[in-house]
Design a protein around this ligand. Sequence first.
Ligand SMILES: Nc1ncnc2c1ncn2[C@@H]1O[C@H](COP(=O)(O)OP(=O)(O)OP(=O)(O)O)[C@@H](O)[C@H]1O
Ligand SMILES: [Mg+2]
Length: 246
Amino acid sequence: MVNSKSGGSAPALNRKLGEKMNFKTKYIPSSLDQVIFTDEAVKRRIYGYASGKLEGHIILYGPNGTGKTTIANLLVKQIGGGNPHIESINVDDLLAKSDLNWYLRQAASFASLTTSGKHFLILNEFDNSKKNLNKFWTALDECGSGVMVVITTNNPLNIHISIRSRFDLVEIKGVTPAAALNRIQDCLNKEGLKLPDAQVLYYLKIYEDSNDLRKYIQVADEILYLWKTNQNLPPWQRPTTSLRIV
Ligand SMILES: Nc1ncnc2c1ncn2[C@@H]1O[C@H](COP(=O)(O)OP(=O)(O)OP(=O)(O)O)[C@@H](O)[C@H]1O
Ligand SMILES: [Mg+2]
């Protein structure tokens, strides 16, 4: 039975579980409106690109687990009319191509004949690769708007200055437990589990310092596991409200 009322010591939610969980794969956001944006200005910029009103290459940067790769995929999906031509190639292999310029222009002209409109490159972990970069930005200049590149990185300063110059740098900041709460609650509710906001927030706050969505998803997985296997949820404490008598 679910214990949603108890108070007490800090829960031990961070232990590893052997059981297979499904939250991670089941609740990957399927559209941009399911993404948690902690910054309204960033959200407006991303939606500007998604609607095609803004154009260009983007670097999404920020700490681990803030949703950069998720945003990159959903953004490209939306710009590419739901069926984007995405180059899924390792950065080193891309840069090793002898005629990158020709290769990308071909890809762009092919994509222009389809509903995708553009050819998309999503490059994760880009900062690890530094060879032949000049031919990359030269090729991008030649392709104009036929190719759109989205780079995700933890450290934009490791990306060559000439690449940074050509890209819009968008910071995706860490997600606080409070910002993640609604989304996590939506997903728990879809599984049929309704818990007080204060209880779920209490559990998420174990990972407050990380600001990492992956950690919150692990928490949600464990809550679901305990609930589905009829085990008590860890104890939690309601926030104390101090009533002031005036
Ligand atoms: N709004 C959301 N709701 C639920 N899960 C989300 C949401 N956004 C992202 N996720 C999940 O959070 C996890 C981390 O997201 P993602 O991989 O996009 O982060 P990242 O910023 O690219 O991390 P890294 O820097 O480590 O590559 C993924 O499992 C993703 O499906
Ligand atoms: Mg990523």
